[in-house]
Write a protein that binds this ligand. Sequence first.
Ligand code: GTP
Ligand code: MG
Length: 259
Amino acid sequence: MKSDDLEARMRELEWFHDLRAPPGAWIVLRVDGRSFSALTEREFTKPFDPKFHAGMLETAERLFVELGAVFAYTESDEISVLLAPESDLFHREVEKLVSVSAGVASATFALALHLPAHFDGRLWLGITQKQVVDYFRWRQSDATRCCLNGWCYWTLRQAGKSVQEATRALEGLGFAQKNELLFAHGHNFAKLPSWQRLGSALYWGSVEKPGHNPKTGESVVSLRRSVVLDEDLPRGDDYASFLEALLGRVVGPRESGST
Ligand SMILES: Nc1nc2c(ncn2[C@@H]2O[C@H](COP(=O)(O)OP(=O)(O)OP(=O)(O)O)[C@@H](O)[C@H]2O)c(=O)[nH]1
Ligand SMILES: [Mg+2]
């Protein structure tokens, strides 16, 4: 058997290697901690732990910078990273994008918190800006729902209820009833930290950097690109407007008007 033959036949069986994100589509890479319910119960304070959250933020920033993203959003144990429509990262190869993002997330989080943790990865595509806005609204409403459920469940557990008792007590309760349950135990849901209820975002901003002109010796101030961590996100329609403005800056006024 010729080795060239073998090479060609084996390469043919890499079925998904040529799969690429379509040109011009927005790409979201979402990583999610694998079996983090067990890991967080073992290693962190429930329902939320600032140490865990700090590890997620460090991981989100690493992904954001490493993948040349335009926006990143994290809530609970997941991170969504948005690539601009013109991104040519890894020639838009799906296998490469998904595996590298899960790999970067796993390595960063594991090193930050000294835990053998890992993430899965998936790819979402948005054709229009509206779909991208809806995607991030969807993840934010997931954050709010999980935050309320987590707080209710762990409040009951910490008050002495068993797993079954706490689960049964929450069955069939709506948003308002869960708020009331928490209030009766001394927690005001609306006053919980914003990162727990609404998630956290990263995007590009600029900072003023003082320096001096070596030719004239004059003091000058230049603008440097820097990563902004936003832990005070708006919600609902205000969040949609915030996202529309951010996406508009990414694609520029002409495309922004047409999608
Ligand atoms: N202690 C603690 N737990 C957290 C925090 N943020 C998220 N979690 C937990 O992370 C888990 C995330 O849940 P899922 O992603 O749905 O479940 P999973 O066990 O990771 O399962 P797979 O993602 O399917 O592998 C939940 O149990 C959350 O309570 C935090 O700040 N502190
Ligand atoms: Mg998970």
